[in-house]
Design a protein around this ligand. Structure first.
Ligand code: GLA
Length: 374
């Protein structure tokens, strides 16, 4: 139990799902994520020392981070995200003070729901708050992204940290990753619900595969730039891409095609959401999954089984993997009246096929960073 009276502030940042727009954020595309009620909570108070004393509600570990030596904690098993986040905040010229902090994370680790972004973003916001500094959530997201790249070695885009920092209850964020312009779109699925299910594939190291995909898109871009004046893959319409597809081949062609077509699906999906055409939104989710499976190759047996079982249920309008892939979660749009039957069916059939059960999460769409004075 946390003794709230001991701390000065409670700061939270959210996990996220992405409705559509997968593996396009680092190609300048638009994404459509939403922050979740699952979040990381940081309880913090200044301690007048030169150290961040860190503990967790879910781990026995205790770590003390020297503010002048943050770099040296890069390889910590637990505490490296917090050290990286503190270092980025400090290196950006902000005030950092010693503090006691306890972290309480309800975003399941390794679920593809961005527990790491929630940890980084909430840690930076907590450090800013306890130092008496005002923070800009977008800057916090950018610094958190830097921590992820530098300390965790994932050459990620901005989607997760942005959604974690800037999410809005009951809304999805249409985020242009090239300009960082955003629009909040009410997440209104009418008589349907959004269901998040973890395939529970045992966690494996996916960092290298993620970085490899990113490198392939960079290779595609530079091959196209030899002939075309484009700044990123997302600058191409589907028709323009077809006219220059002959400049690419093999896997690189597949990867680039996924990016361009996924960007097109994001535009169609936001229109569908705005006009209440949830059936069409569902079809776009299915098409997105197929492309991530066949062209981008980031799904795997477990996610494919989960998505296709979901898609085969009569109450389901569409289903796809969400996040980086290779494991983690699917999202499905399901008629609310058929929800229980849907969950029971998917769980039973998945366990039959894969030999262990998936986990459905009870989460709603929540806010990004919140700060409460205790
Ligand atoms: C991970 C990354 C994001 C994004 C997604 C795929 O979650 O952190 O930046 O690239 O994968 O859409």
């Amino acid at each position: 139990m946390i003794d709230e009276k001991y701390y000065d502030y409670k700061v939270t940042a959210a996990g996220r799902v992405n409705i559509i727009g997968e593996h396009v954020d680092y190609c300048g595309g638009k994404v459509f994520p939403a922050a979740l009620s699952l979040c990381n909570t940081v309880y913090v108070r200044a301690n007048g020392t030169n150290k961040i004393n860190l503990s967790w509600t879910t781990l026995p570990d205790k770590v003390s981070l020297d503010l002048d030596d943050l770099e040296s904690y890069r390889h910590l098993k637990y505490g490296n995200y917090q050290a990286g986040s503190a270092m980025m905040w400090k290196n950006a010229g902000h005030k950092l003070v010693g503090c006691d902090m306890v972290q309480d994370c309800t975003v399941p680790f390794g679920s593809g729901l961005s527990s790491s972004a929630a940890i980084e973003v909430s840690t930076i916001a907590a450090l800013a708050t306890v130092a008496g500094e005002k923070f800009n959530p977008v800057e916090v997201a950018l610094l958190a992204q830097r921590a992820e790249r530098d300390f965790a070695g994932v050459n990620c885009g901005i989607m997760d940290q942005y959604a974690s920092a800037c999410g809005k209850k009951d809304h999805a964020i249409l985020l242009d990753c090239k300009t960082l312009e955003r629009e909040y779109v009410p997440l209104d699925l009418g008589d349907c619900s959004l269901v998040i299910i973890n395939c529970n594939k045992p966690h494996n190291l996916v960092t290298s595969k993620y970085n490899e995909r990113r490198a392939e898109t960079e290779y595609a871009l530079s091959a196209l730039q030899a002939k075309l004046e484009i700044g990123c893959l997302a600058d191409l319409s589907v028709a323009e891409f077809e006219n220059c597809a002959h400049l690419l081949d093999g896997k690189v062609l597949d990867r680039a095609r996924h990016v361009v077509e996924e960007c097109d699906r994001v535009n169609k999906a936001t229109k569908a959401m705005r006009s209440g055409d949830i059936a069409y939104l569902g079809q776009l989710l299915n098409a997105s999954h197929a492309s991530l499976r066949d062209l981008y190759e980031v799904t795997g047996k477990e996610l494919d089984t989960l998505a296709s079982l979901a898609q085969s249920h009569p109450a389901c309008l569409g289903s796809r993997m969400t996040g980086g892939g290779f494991g983690g979660c699917t999202i499905s749009i399901v008629k609310t009246e058929g929800l229980e039957d849907f969950k029971a069916f998917v769980s039973k059939e998945y366990e039959k096929a894969i030999s262990y059960a998936p986990t459905a999460y009870d989460a709603s769409v929540g806010d990004g960073i919140t700060v409460t004075k205790l």
